[in-house]
Design a protein around this ligand. Structure first.
Ligand code: SAM
Length: 279
């Protein structure tokens, strides 16, 4: 029995169900249930909340979420080998765990959850960024999720919370910080995982704001940011040339210098430029 619930330790679950980690599925498991409960707590009060978990694997974080009081967890797992282990957890928490088998990128997950829900996941590294971009670019704002508590490789986590002026600052920082609050709440050494990955990891807490910090059309902002950072070493007047014939005048009208580079431009500056280009 583990310290957080009456279920067997994860090493035993993994051995009994033959869940050897597969690299192609980004499988680096967390086996310390005190740690998974701590990650669950980083998502705030879970009672009365639906939680979406992507990639439960053998269920360490799932058990943390349930032990911390989540009303209901909907967990999507691509690896069918994990389903019997997850069924044991579902039996221990009647009516509170729904497991969906499949690819999180292909399923319509919101159909299974009551908004506003929280997303908590130790994401597979190969689809983590794609999922994050999708969560940050829903058709309408505020989104159906209230917060995202996500484990990433540390380098990706640093890009999400980056401020202007450094190499880490780019599209992910703008997307995450325009309409949400993003911060790193925990860093984990590679040895916290089985098997250990090559790099450190970090948990990012992203909380949706009721509205964007600065007004801008999402599609125009996305085009400006993509063009600016695709050629990040170039001055704006060159990297944004394709966006308008009089781009230099437009950049100045937004209060920016045409000779500045994308990584020097604040979120406010990008939004001003998007508004100017949308006029
Ligand atoms: N949550 C577990 C933990 O913390 O120990 C496992 C995390 S492991 C980093 C990522 C999990 O995501 C694996 O169980 C893997 O099978 C699953 N996975 C990989 N690609 C997926 C996808 N496209 N959709 C759903 N699950 C996926």
């Amino acid at each position: 029995m583990s310290a957080i619930d009456g279920l067997p330790p994860l090493r035993e679950v993994i051995a009994r169900h033959g869940l050897s980690a597969q690299k192609r599925l980004g499988q680096n498991f967390l086996l310390d249930l005190n740690l998974t409960a701590k990650i669950a707590r980083a998502a705030g009060d879970l009672t009365g909340c639906d939680v979406l978990e992507v990639g439960p694997g053998p269920g360490g974080l799932t058990r943390g979420l349930l032990a911390e009081g989540a009303r209901r967890v909907v967990a999507v797992e691509k690896d069918a080998r994990c389903l019997p282990a997850l069924a044991e957890i579902a039996a221990a928490y009647p009516g509170r765990l729904t497991v969906l088998e499949g690819d999180a990128l292909a399923l319509d997950l919101s159909a299974h959850l009551a908004p506003p829900y929280k997303v908590v996941a130790n994401l597979p590294y190969n689809v983590g960024t794609e999922l994050l971009v999708r969560w940050l670019t829903p058709p309408a704002w505020p989104p159906q999720w209230q917060s995202l508590t996500l484990m990433f490789q540390r380098e990706v986590a640093e890009r999400i919370v980056a401020r202007p002026g450094g190499k880490a600052y780019g599209r992910l920082a703008i997307l995450a910080q325009w309409r949400a609050e993003a911060r790193i709440v925990m860093t984990l050494p590679a040895e916290a995982f089985t098997p250990p990955p090559k790099v450190q990891s970090a948990v990012v807490q992203i909380t949706a704001l009721p509205e964007p910090r600065f007004p801008a059309d999402p599609a125009v902002l996305s085009r400006v940011v993509a063009a600016g950072f695709n050629q990040r070493r170039k001055m704006l007047r060159a990297s944004l040339r394709g966006l308008a014939p009089d781009i230099e005048t437009r950049i100045e009208a937004a209060g920016l210098k045409p000779t500045a580079r994308a990584e020097e431009i604040s979120l406010d500056g990008f939004c001003a430029l998007a508004r100017e280009l949308a006029r």
